[in-house]
Design a protein. Structure first.
Length: 385
């Protein structure tokens, strides 16, 4: 039978669904175990969440993880990610998505070629180039791999370049929330000393983020918030409805406060990370039905930030812009923020978490591995010549 240690792992449940001619009828369900109580077994399957009374369980056991996600699973996660990072200007090309956000981040300014573009591939890419040309932007395409390998081959033939490979990583939410994920041998446990400028899309200072754009020219107007001023609660906002109260941090860390809207200081951090803050940026960050902005303060000074969304029909917690400020790194604050957002996502019924990080960003990849994240699939952002 199952144990609490199996929560967050793949299981199969054989349940009794009826009786025929005096013999039981069985049905099997395969998915991720999200909750185990004395009365019910709850798992997430390809068809959604399933809650099985223990009295109906004939057998249940843990099984090995799937070797590779199905094409449908890749598409579903890409669409959940798009929902979590919504571009204000959008178009469609059959099933393909066309997205623009005044150049702010690669994800919000690239086409997503999943599904059928309703025309031959060369004609579809011609249409992508025209759509971005009409907006005065360079054409970009995000190619999930291996799903969009044919698109990538056509882009190669056209001379498109590639940005660094990005990993789309996932983790079961229950162990992430509860802190049961064990760190790899020889690695510091999450929450202790470790990389703290290592959130989703984060990078060491000398590395470019997959979503980073060039900073504004000298003399440009600063983004909202007190850029260059000591961080604090400038423009503080109240937590939104449904937000759990701030939880005390481990080992004396300040609590993580979750708000329905970002403070000005939070936005200043995002502007610094992403090289400016055009009008479209606020839409990308806030135009999600379920979103929370994490703030960690001590003595009125902002120490760390993060952003969480719940999308994909409520299944996925998306993590982005997790960062401890320079004066507060190596204290475990990035992990502290992730755990608080996981608590919030769990309360809304999410069963998994996802994030995006460059493969070359070794400190961040190591941090996420210690938290239980593994690579679901990868993508390349392709840029027109």
């Amino acid at each position: 039978m199952l144990r609490q240690q199996d929560v967050g792992h793949r299981i199969v449940v054989r349940r009794i669904v009826g009786i025929r001619e005096g013999r039981p009828l069985f049905s099997d369900a395969l998915g991720e175990l999200v909750e185990l109580t004395e009365t019910h077994v709850t798992l997430t399957t390809d068809q959604g969440r399933l809650r099985v009374p223990v009295a109906e369980v004939h057998r249940a056991k843990r099984v090995p993880p799937a070797r590779r996600p199905t094409a449908a699973a890749v598409v579903a996660l890409e669409l959940a990610s798009d929902e979590a990072w919504p571009a204000p200007t959008r178009g469609r090309l059959g099933d393909w998505l066309l997205r623009s956000a005044q150049g702010w981040t690669g994800r919000a300014n690239s086409a997503l070629p999943v599904g059928d573009p309703d025309r031959p591939l060369p004609a579809a890419l011609d249409a992508v180039e025209r759509w971005y040309a009409d907006l005065g932007q360079p054409a970009m395409v995000n190619t999930p791999l291996p799903l969009a390998a044919p698109v990538g081959a056509e882009l190669d033939a056209r001379g498109w370049t590639s940005r660094p490979l990005t990993l789309v990583q996932t983790a079961p939410l229950a162990p992430l929330r509860a802190g049961r994920a064990a760190p790899p041998q020889g690695q510091a446990a999450p929450g202790n000393a470790g990389p703290e400028h290592a959130g989703p899309d984060d990078e060491p200072a000398d590395h470019a983020s997959p979503d980073r754009v060039d900073p504004p020219p000298a003399g440009a107007d600063p983004p909202p918030g007190r850029v260059g001023a000591p961080p604090g609660r400038h423009g503080e906002v109240e937590p939104g409805a449904g937000t759990p109260p701030a939880a005390p941090g481990p080992a004396g860390l300040p609590p993580v406060e979750l708000a329905a809207a970002p403070s000005d200081d939070w936005l200043a951090v995002a502007a610094g990370r992403k090289g400016g803050f055009p009008d479209a940026a606020r839409h990308v960050l806030t135009a999600v039905d379920q979103v929370r902005f994490a703030h960690v303060y001590a003595d009125g000074a902002l120490l760390a930030v993060g952003r969480g969304t719940v999308t994909g029909d409520g299944r996925w917690l998306g993590l982005s812009l997790i960062e401890a400020l320079p004066h507060a790194r190596r204290l475990g604050l990035a992990t502290h923020v992730i755990r608080a957002l996981a608590d919030w996502g769990d309360a809304l019924g999410a069963s998994g978490a996802f994030l995006q990080v460059e493969q070359r960003n070794t400190p961040a990849v190591d941090l996420y591995r210690g938290l239980g994240f593994t690579t679901h699939h990868t993508y390349l952002t392709r840029v027109a010549p």
